[in-house]
Design a binder for this molecule. Structure first.
Ligand SMILES: [Zn+2]
Length: 130
């Protein structure tokens, strides 16, 4: 399993890049914690691209800690994000335990919390953006 960062892009809010992973989402959280990111900053609006947004200094820290560089377009082109939909997990918005993906529907993904059983539907009708 590998954690990736992409190029730094300039946004209205300043320079940012993305950090994501190709395996268990907890590995991404571990990396985030290791470089001093808050769990609150985890971006999970789109279950196809669970990620953190990093400032350039945190990007450097991630690369020093074992993250690899990959352009986001290359990641999308790899087809891996689609295949990974079936193994995705999110944090349950109700109790913060892990909610597992149980179904992919046309415009989103359905997750069930393993602790409180609450069902969460995440819409994913937006194309990938970078
Ligand atoms: Zn729950």
């Amino acid at each position: 399993m590998t954690v990736y960062v992409d190029d730094i892009h300039k946004y209205d809010s300043g320079p940012w890049c993305h950090m994501w992973c190709d395996g268990e989402i907890n590995e991404l959280h571990r990396m985030a914690a290791a470089i001093g990111l808050k769990r609150d900053w985890f971006q999970q609006k789109d279950p196809r691209f669970l990620h953190y947004d990093l400032r350039p200094t945190k990007r450097e820290a991630a690369l020093r800690t074992g993250a690899k560089y990959m352009p986001l377009r290359q990641w999308i082109a790899s087809g891996l994000p689609k295949r990974m939909q079936n193994s995705r997990e999110i944090q349950c918005p109700n109790c913060t335990a892990t909610a597992k993906l149980i179904k992919v529907v046309r415009d989103g993904s359905v997750f069930r919390c393993s602790t409180c059983q609450v069902i969460t539907v995440k819409k994913s009708d937006q194309p990938y953006t970078d």
